[in-house]
Design a protein around this ligand. Structure first.
Ligand SMILES: [Zn+2]
Ligand SMILES: [Zn+2]
Ligand SMILES: [Zn+2]
Length: 127
């Protein structure tokens, strides 16, 4: 009755999540839902995560980075503002820093971005 030849379901088959952006971005830190809200900022418009210049990892906010990373953050220099460092947690679209600063909603899904984040730009981006 045993079937030693278990040839079904290879463990490492290609993922089929339909993502076309090639962005399998993982978001670090104390994230509380699948739209990158965190324990610090969990309002309805807190749907983005930011890739940090210092380590290249996505965190929902600078406080997540401070809590989780073992180094202090560095800000994006203006010369690199075309880097896609913003991740919309709602649809996983990425935006460049320039595009993010010029809009208040996600171009991919229309989710509104928290206007209060603007106060924190100097924490992430050279000003
Ligand atoms: Zn870092
Ligand atoms: Zn946070
Ligand atoms: Zn979106």
């Amino acid at each position: 009755m045993t079937s030693p030849d278990d040839s079904s379901g290879g463990p490492s088959s290609s993922p089929s999540d339909g993502s076309v952006n090639g962005s399998s971005a993982r978001v670090l830190g104390p994230v509380v839902d699948d739209q990158t809200r965190c324990v610090h900022y969990a309002g309805p418009t807190d749907v983005i995560a930011i890739r940090f210049h210092c380590c290249g990892e996505f965190y929902p906010c600078f406080r997540c980075h401070a809590d989780t990373a073992d180094h202090s953050l560095s800000v994006w220099p203006r010369a690199e503002f075309d880097t896609h460092a913003i991740l919309c947690g709602a649809c996983k679209t990425t935006l460049s820093i320039t595009d993010y600063q010029a809009t208040d909603a996600c171009p991919g899904c229309g989710a509104g971005f928290n206007p209060g984040c603007e106060l924190h730009y100097p924490l992430y981006f050279e000003s």
